[in-house]
Design a protein around this ligand. Structure first.
Ligand SMILES: *[C@@H]1O[C@H](CO)[C@@H](O)[C@H](O)[C@H]1NC(C)=O
Ligand SMILES: *[C@@H]1O[C@H](CO)[C@@H](O)[C@H](O)[C@H]1NC(C)=O
Length: 566
């Protein structure tokens, strides 16, 4: 209670600047499906123009808030990045608001980059974000809502004493960014992380504060890893060791482990570690190493992710930026660039060695036309169409059952990099167990198709399950990044069926293997398999038959996505 009073008084006496009118009106004429076949129906995106990282997601007084990195003036990245702002009651339908934070002050005049929201005692939300200052230095700034009674928190004011954190000595001016959501330990002090690097060693600096305004750098960083380059958008949060529920960011006890996620800018990939955190010495001991072949949230396109605790359903929700794979000229023609992944719940797997992710249940609000069947045997070379759902806007769940696994091929000992195996053994190469899976966004004659599939091998007396997403035939168009993605799926196919869930939304395909143990997100740009012309199949091109023990598929309706309702 005392702390609450302190926060109230501190924020009352602090000087927060005036709100400028940020109402850049965007004439959002809605594109038609034929003009804009790659516009999505239920993925988060602005009415138009450039978007990158999700920022400051939070639930506050009955409303979900999501901010995002935005260039309100065009479809490409620029040196004038703003915080745009949307609100939602259900994380599905979003209402666009005025820009929340604009580059206007000496401490952020050259862009307002990513950051996080923390709800302070007294129920006061506060944003920490990176400003690019007038000298092009990255500094950390504070902003709070102008009017806490405004249900949408439309206007935000910047603390006039910004920056609250200056560039540390010995760090390059453009290597210091993306403050995390803060957590408070038993000693009553707030902590945040800020991403950085020195001589290619990735760094997560810890800053501490008693009042959220004056911050001091802790002597040693939380973690450093040589050779990984700058760490962007760090995220640090607890997960229960024995429950799939979420944990609020400040909870610390023997029932939690801590996840540290960092975005490796040099590789455009998000990696995470699971470990034990002790706040007294700011000591974090990850149980897995950070290397280029270790744990990732997603083995496709998925970057700058951020999570938040949702008290409504007691879960931790994760979203990320999924960038375009087409050209800048395409983005100019489309008038937009960038999506966010569909929100996922995230928790620690029972084996405590990796995370599990699953699309939030709210997607069911958009379901229509369920199609389902059970027990269908797919012989060698079979292709079976899933009819009755809108193949360009769908959610598909399949369980594959395999028999006679002792017949599985021995894995080539030289095959270590799963992405490389998937690109060498793409969906057209016949094996024994596999490729089998789903053909999404397929054209009538199958010239266009994205195959999400599995292969099962034996290695040292164990089974290895490989999951791939093959974009090589996803579009007849050239000049598109059609990289094939792949990852191993840590399940035992003798014990468990191999499950696949795939969300298909015009130009994004998000796939979840093994109940969310391995996730792969891809961007695709079909020219034939668009709208009502897209088709959906299950297939098996392996010589061994596989059985679909169950399949459920739904058409997914369009969400109210940042469209102004009259
Ligand atoms: C704050 O928001 C409430 C609710 O929208 C409104 O009634 C009130 O007038 C606002 N106060 C100020 C100072 O704008
Ligand atoms: C965006 O997409 C391009 C092309 O697919 C890729 O090379 C680049 O690394 C991506 N950037 C991020 C941050 O994902």
């Amino acid at each position: 209670m005392r702390r609450t009073a302190i926060f109230f008084s501190i924020f009352l006496v602090l000087d927060f600047g005036h709100v400028q009118s940020n109402s850049i009106t965007s004439e959002s004429k809605l594109p038609s499906a034929t003009e804009q076949p790659h516009r999505t129906a239920f993925h988060f995106q602005p009415p138009q123009n450039w978007m990158n990282d999700p920022n400051g997601p939070m639930y506050y007084n009955g409303v979900y808030h999501l901010f995002y990195q935005h260039n309100p003036f065009g479809p490409l990245f620029s040196n004038q990045i703003y915080w745009a702002h949307s609100v939602s009651q259900d994380l599905i339908n979003w209402i666009p608001l005025d820009l929340a934070i604009a580059p206007t002050e000496p401490f952020d005049i050259n862009s307002c980059w990513s950051g996080s929201a923390t709800i302070l005692p007294g129920n006061i939300p506060a944003i920490l974000y990176t400003g690019i200052d007038s000298e092009n230095r990255q500094v950390q700034n504070l902003a709070v809502p102008k009017n806490l009674s405004d249900p949408y928190l439309n206007e935000w004011v910047k603390y006039t004493g910004n920056p609250v954190i200056n560039l540390p000595d010995g760090i390059q001016p453009d290597d210091f960014r993306d403050p995390t959501t803060a957590w408070m330990a038993d000693d009553g002090r707030w902590r945040i992380l800020v991403g950085s690097q020195k001589d290619k060693t990735g760094i997560a600096f810890v800053y501490q504060s008693d009042d959220f305004v004056s911050w001091s750098k802790y002597d040693s960083p939380l973690l450093t890893v040589p050779g990984t380059g700058i760490w962007e958008c760090p995220d640090f949060f607890p997960v229960w060791v024995d429950s799939a529920k979420g944990v609020d960011t400040s909870v610390m006890n023997s029932r939690v482990k801590h996840v540290l996620k960092v975005g490796l800018f040099d590789y455009a990939r998000d990696y995470y570690m699971i470990g034990n955190y002790s706040p007294s010495k700011e000591n974090y001991v990850p149980q897995n190493e950070l290397t280029l072949s270790t744990l990732r949230y997603d083995y496709g396109k998925y970057y700058a992710s951020k999570s938040f605790f949702d008290p409504v359903k007691d879960r931790r929700i994760l979203m990320a930026w999924v960038n375009e794979s087409d050209s800048e000229a395409d983005d100019i023609a489309k008038g937009w660039s960038g999506l966010h992944s569909f929100p996922r719940s995230v928790w620690l797997d029972q084996n405590q060695k990796q995370l599990v992710q699953w699309p939030i249940d709210e997607i069911e609000m958009l379901y229509e036309n369920e199609v389902s069947f059970q027990y269908k045997k797919l012989e060698d070379g079979s292709l079976h169409e899933i009819q009755g759902v809108t193949a360009s806007q769908a959610d598909v769940k399949i369980s594959f059952k395999l028999a006679n696994l002792e017949e599985a091929e021995e894995m080539d000992p030289g095959w270590v990099d799963p992405q490389l195996i998937c690109s060498e053994q793409d969906a057209s190469k016949q094996g024994k167990f596999g490729p089998f899976g789903l053909l999404a966004l397929a054209s009538n004659d199958l010239t266009e198709q994205t195959a999400i599939f599995f292969r099962v091998f034996q290695k040292n007396g164990r089974y290895v399950v490989l999951m791939c997403s093959d974009q090589s035939r996803s579009s007849t168009k050239n000049g598109i990044d059609k990289t094939i993605y792949g990852a191993f799926l840590e399940i035992d196919p003798q014990e468990d069926e191999i499950s696949l869930r795939t969300l298909i939304d015009h130009s994004i395909i998000e796939s979840f293997g093994g109940g969310g143990k391995t996730c792969i997100t891809a961007r695709v740009y079909p020219t034939l398999a668009i709208g009502g012309d897209a088709r959906l199949f299950v297939f098996n091109y392996g010589t061994e038959s596989v059985v679909i023990s169950e399949l459920n598929a739904w058409s997914v309706k369009k969400a109210q996505m940042n469209v102004q309702t009259p």
